[in-house]
Write a protein that binds this ligand. Structure first.
Ligand code: F6P
Length: 343
């Protein structure tokens, strides 16, 4: 009987997940494994919700955004005996190894299950690009390209109306999307979670820019950025299963302050989930594909408890525990480059 590889996708969705699923199915089938997909992240293993993934189930999914398996932020270590159910159902499904595609939280659960003796291999995923131990995650490049296109579009309307436009992009703990899209889109100020927002400095930069004849400005802000005195701005206080708050609103608060302090008409554009939806870029499709193939190769080599990781231009294997050690915050050398173009 063929050995079974299970695969699940957990946490926020991101473009490129289907590339990983397709690659796992194609490589796994070539090597003689049967593949099953667990529905909706860890929730599917709690509820015993799984489907067979044959070659036909992954046909045509490469350019498709989201995940054909569905996802959730269910944390089996939060509620009663859910972790025990996950382990029991893993065994009931006769899984030889589970490929877990997720961010910090989903991989954190995988690391705990590995300690309990389950065979797991991790694949890092987040549009925020803030997972340590991998240079890039798929989904990030797509998000950056979408945000850059939006910044380009906002330029023409800001210029025509002589306005300031604040663009709020995703980035809970790290300003990678803000910095990359801001540099690529020629933003006049970029504000990131790593550096508290100094409103005096922002006002001064905008005034300086206008004093040299510019009549509009684009300010990019990451949703997780905080004001010098204060915390992150939240949409609601409720926490999800992994203890995260729902961010959003810093753009609006910043826009109001900028208008008040500079006297220039200001508008705010929140890009939100547009950055996570739709078809992945070629880069993300290739990275997802490389990660998926490598994950199956790690199963084949019995390198359980490991995770695939992009280091330079090579996809290598590292212990899964390293992915969750710490957040990879923005490289300040990159931010210094962005700052050359401020004001
Ligand atoms: O972690 C990825 C991310 O897109 C963050 O940038 C954002 O804060 C969060 O997920 C939003 O997630 P959701 O709206 O799906 O709960």
């Amino acid at each position: 009987m063929a050995k079974i590889i299970g695969i699940l996708t957990g946490g926020g969705d991101c473009p490129g997940l289907n590339s990983v699923i397709r690659a796992v199915v194609r490589r796994g089938s070539n090597l003689g494994y049967d593949i099953i997909g667990i529905k909706n992240g860890w929730k599917g293993l709690i509820d015993f919700d799984a489907v067979n993934l044959g070659l036909s189930s992954v046909s045509g999914i490469l350019p498709k955004g989201g995940t054909i398996l569905g996802t959730s932020r269910t944390n089996p270590y939060k509620e009663g005996d859910d972790a025990a159910k996950v382990i029991a159902n893993y065994k009931k499904l006769n899984i030889y190894c589970l490929v877990v595609v997720g961010g910090e939280d989903t991989l954190g659960v995988a690391a705990k299950l590995a300690k309990e003796g389950l065979n797991v291999v991790g694949v890092p995923k987040t549009i925020d690009n803030d997972l340590s131990a991998t240079d890039f995650t798929f989904g990030f490049d797509t998000a950056v390209n979408i945000a850059t296109e939006c910044i380009d579009r906002l330029h023409t309307t800001a210029e025509s109306h002589h306005r300031i436009i604040v663009v709020e992009v995703m980035g809970r703990h790290a300003g990678w999307i803000a910095a990359y899209s801001g540099i690529a889109g020629g933003a006049d100020i970029i504000l990131v979670p790593e550096i508290p927002i100094d409103l005096d400095e922002v006002t001064e930069l905008i005034k300086k820019r206008h004093s040299r004849g510019k009549t509009f400005s684009i300010v990019v802000v990451a949703e997780g950025a905080k004001f010098k005195q204060g915390n992150e701005i939240l949409q609601e206080q409720k926490l999800d299963a992994f203890g995260h708050v729902r961010l959003g609103g810093v753009g609006e608060a910043l826009g109001q302050e900028i208008e008040k302090r500079t006297g220039y008409e200001t508008r705010v554009s929140v890009l939100g989930h547009i950055q996570r939806g739709g078809t992945p870029t070629a880069f993300d499709r290739v990275l997802g594909t490389r990660f998926g193939v490598k994950a199956v190769d790690l199963v084949e080599k019995r390198e359980f408890g490991s995770m695939v990781s992009l280091q330079g231009n090579r996809v290598v294997s590292i212990p899964i525990s390293r992915a969750i050690e710490k957040i990879k915050t923005l490289d300040m050398e990159l931010y210094d480059i962005a700052k050359v173009f401020f004001g």
